[in-house]
Design a protein around this ligand. Structure first.
Ligand SMILES: [Ca+2]
Ligand SMILES: [Ca+2]
Ligand SMILES: [Ca+2]
Length: 129
């Protein structure tokens, strides 16, 4: 169950698409990332979470994510920097670093729930229904 939530929230983060309903997913994700319960998610906590997520997503355990493990083609392409049809841990980490930089709007090196939510607000034409 946790894995599904992470994946959904991860997709929403990536695409910037989120409905008001899915805000609770951000809260759940935030709490599970905030390991020391300081009310902020540090860069380390953030990257540790996505490292775990990467391992969970690697269903066949071969150390890379293939198309069957990342269903969304757009997301797959955005992660697969060298276009070898596989997302390795380095590519995943590089992308997560980008995401962290985008999410950390006040650049203090940690994320608050408000920062996560700000990014969750519909900002693309796709998200408008
Ligand atoms: Ca794999
Ligand atoms: Ca690759
Ligand atoms: Ca911050």
């Amino acid at each position: 169950m946790k894995k599904i939530l992470f994946t959904l929230a991860g997709l929403a983060l990536l695409t910037g698409i989120a409905s008001a309903d899915s805000l609770s997913h951000y809260e759940i994700m935030f709490k599970s990332m905030d390991q020391d319960e300081a009310g902020k998610v540090s860069a380390n906590e953030f990257f540790e979470t996505w490292k775990k997520n990467f391992k969970q997503q690697d269903e066949n355990g071969n150390g890379v994510l293939d198309h069957s493990e990342v269903r969304d083609e757009k997301i797959f392409q955005s992660f697969d920097a060298n276009n070898d049809d596989a997302v390795d841990a380095d590519e995943d980490h590089a992308k997560r670093r980008e995401h962290f930089a985008i999410l950390d709007t006040d650049h203090d090196g940690s994320l608050t729930l408000a920062e996560l939510r700000r990014r969750a607000a519909p900002s693309t034409t796709e998200a408008r229904e």
